[in-house]
Ligand binder design. Structure first.
Ligand code: PGA
Ligand code: ZN
Length: 415
């Protein structure tokens, strides 16, 4: 079966920035995909092509759109689309650069995702079933993931002085995904009450990923609020906490600036203190993307405490960087973001590589999201058991929860 038409347009993401939407057609059947976009992007990510002109403050993506409509469409129309690997390899070679900078990773990923969706549609399969086939997972390994809900937003996603980017809750004690979603939403609402009580109504405004963004300055304040909310909601012991520091954002000249400047060694010690004090199960990007020594040091300690150290900017979902991190024991978990690497096939390879090394894999949204729910299907297909989808608030985040609630009805087990 061959692609009969490929078409891209510029649409908007959750921050009101332009992004690429791609339609892949087989006769009268159309499948679409929209590309997400990060704010605290890692420096080794595949290149998101933006026009840099005056439209949308330099952020329009008309060049990437044009690459789909001309260069890519010219070659891909007439190509067999049931072979995702061949399509993705072709896109990679058509671009020819290491960071997909010529056509733009946003152009390439939009096509890659739309083609996968078209294949699933034509085969009358749910997307997660098709992605599972691509990953070689097998239906018995499909799992509903634990949602990691970012309920306090800081760093680049909020306007407070909180340097740490994300404080998440993870309902590990739920029995079903529906229960997990309920636990997240209830705790989120209890937290809203606590935030209002302590910091006033304006503090309940939300950040980019739907979490609250009160004027906090230390991680301890955020962790105390969340711990209190979990307890008040009645989920003590059943909801754990996760952090994404996104530390590359507050690192400069060898120092990490939180409430004061920390040397890398001081920050290692600080993290260990926090891990001992609070029920934290995972810590993402605790150091700058190039501070590999500190990653290795903390990972060795955290392993004994059964805390997962997750690499996001460190790994950028790139199989080469993941392999290097496995060899050097830099972390024990992969944050998988499809747009960091730019094709569905490479994202699946990245996940499999990490899983083979015994790491955990957490599929992730970006801070700039859309109504596209591709990542929900991907998490179920990989059977990885973890997904980061923001707070249960705002439709760009909620649509992932809702897609998972629908998939759950296919009797997929939780975790
Ligand atoms: P980003 O944030 O999408 O802005 O990069 C998400 C994350 O760091 O995990
Ligand atoms: Zn991150």
């Amino acid at each position: 079966m061959k692609i009969t038409k490929l078409y891209a347009r510029q649409v908007l993401d959750s921050r009101g920035n332009p992004t690429v939407e791609v339609e892949a057609w087989f006769n009268h059947i159309r499948a679409t995909a929209i590309v997400p976009s990060g704010a605290s992007t890692g420096k080794y990510e595949a290149l998101e092509l933006r026009d840099g002109k005056k439209d949308y403050g330099g952020k329009s993506v008309l060049k990437a759109v044009d690459h789909v409509n001309t260069t890519i469409a010219k070659r891909l129309v007439g190509m067999e689309f049931l072979d995702q690997k061949a399509i993705d390899e072709f896109l990679i070679s058509l671009d020819g650069t290491k960071n997909k900078g010529k056509l733009g990773a946003n152009a390439i990923l939009g096509v890659s995702m739309a083609v996968a969706r078209l294949a699933a549609k034509v085969r009358h399969e749910e997307l997660y079933v098709y992605l599972g086939e691509l990953a070689g997972t097998g239906k018995k390994n499909f799992r509903m993931p634990i949602p990691f809900a970012n309920i306090i937003n800081g760093g680049k996603h909020a306007g407070s002085s909180l340097k740490i980017q994300e404080f998440m809750i993870a309902p590990v004690g739920a029995r079903t995904f529906a229960q997990a979603a309920q636990m997240c939403a209830e705790t989120y609402h209890v937290l809203k009450g606590l935030v209002e009580e302590k910091y006033g109504k304006s503090a309940t405004n939300v950040g980019d990923e739907g979490g609250f963004a009160p004027q906090l300055s230390t991680p301890e304040e955020a962790l105390e609020l969340i711990t209190a909310a979990i307890k008040k909601a009645g989920y003590r012991g059943r909801i754990k906490i996760a952090i994404d520091a996104a530390a590359s954002e507050f690192y400069a000249n060898g120092l990490y600036t939180l409430d004061r400047p920390y040397t890398p060694q001081e920050l290692v010690e600080y993290w260990v203190r926090l891990l001992k004090q609070y029920p934290i199960i995972s810590l993402e990007d605790p150091f700058d993307q190039d501070d590999v020594d500190s990653f290795a040091r903390l990972t060795a300690i955290a392993g004994k405490m059964k805390v997962i150290i997750i690499g996001d900017d460190l790994l950028v979902s790139n199989p080469e960087r993941i392999q290097a991190a496995i060899d050097k024991r830099l972390c024990t978990g992969l944050l998988l973001k499809v747009n960091q690497i730019g094709t569905v096939t490479e994202a699946i390879s990245a996940a499999k590589l990490a899983q083979l090394a015994g790491w955990i894999v957490m599929v992730s949204h970006r801070s700039g999201e859309t109504e596209d729910t591709f990542i929900a299907d991907l998490a179920v297909a990989l059977g990885c058991g973890k997904i980061k989808i923001g707070a249960p608030c705002r439709t760009d985040r909620v649509c992932k929860y809702n897609r998972l609630l629908r998939i759950q009805d296919d009797k997929i087990p939780y975790k």
